[in-house]
Design a protein around this ligand. Structure first.
Ligand SMILES: [Zn+2]
Length: 255
């Protein structure tokens, strides 16, 4: 079984939707585990950032109930199963008093809160519940802290001999041409060697991927003007570039 770790509802399908559709067509089992799919803690003091997200997503009190539904609908379109963990998305994680750990976008892509160490430990336990043969996790191109947390859990599994592939985070990698090389350089410094795997995706599969991404109605406006803009961008990028992953082939000592 292939287990795809998605930090957020949408990451696995946006980044690997073509590959997932190909695997399931070949009757291989694919499960998506969406890690930050939980409802925001009730005691969180809303920040300007969380208010802005809810306006952008056009959802009010229960943004993650809507996002889980979108994810389940999209998974069906590529033939995968999906499971949700109840960790909150970075902007919603907070201390006991309700103060947000990541009060703005800049903190999400540049800092790491030590309280998130416990989240990595819990994630390792959650991943161990699945009987997978290949684990797919984000490279964390774009440096989003939730992507880094999920990658960290995957790296620990790779260090103990697990078969782990890191996928190119779309659309972050397309938006910033340097994002992939920055993430790769971070891993190289830690002695982690990567071997590139390029999945070629044909037109019929690209269509299935676009139909799946279209299910993420709350997320389209963050990245594209509308559904047509998304379809054109995904088609052009996937046709030209395929879907990229990197097999972790060797791992040195950790920091
Ligand atoms: Zn994400």
């Amino acid at each position: 079984m292939h287990l795809f770790l998605a930090p957020h509802p949408d990451d696995a399908v946006m980044s690997c939707g073509g590959q997932i559709a190909i695997l399931t067509k070949q009757r291989q089992r694919v499960m998506i585990l969406t890690v930050m799919a939980g409802d925001p803690p009730k005691h969180l003091h809303p920040t300007a950032f969380t208010r802005e997200l809810e306006v952008r997503w056009e959802v009010a009190a229960t943004p993650f109930a809507v996002r889980r539904d979108e994810d389940a609908e999209a998974a069906v379109k590529v033939g995968a199963g999906v499971r949700f963990l109840d960790n909150a998305d970075a902007p919603y994680r907070c201390d006991a008093e309700g103060s947000a750990y990541y009060p703005d976008w800049q903190s999400v892509i540049s800092t790491y809160h030590p309280a998130d160490d416990a989240l990595i430990e819990r994630l390792l336990t959650d991943i161990a519940r699945f009987n997978w043969q290949t684990l797919h996790a984000p490279l964390a191109a774009g440096n989003h802290v939730d992507h880094r947390i999920v990658r960290e859990a995957a790296l620990r599994i790779a260090a103990s001999g697990g078969n782990v592939q890191l996928y190119e985070d779309y659309p972050y990698a397309a938006q910033d041409p340097k994002a992939v090389s920055v993430a790769q350089a971070d891993l190289a410094k830690r002695g982690i060697k990567l071997r590139e795997i390029r999945h070629q995706i044909d037109n019929a599969v690209i269509n299935a991927k676009i139909a799946a991404i279209a299910c993420y109605r709350t997320q389209i406006s963050t990245f594209w003007n509308n559904i047509e803009g998304m379809a054109a961008a995904v088609r052009a990028y996937t046709a030209e570039h395929g879907e990229l992953e990197w097999q972790i082939s060797e791992q040195g000592t950790k920091d």
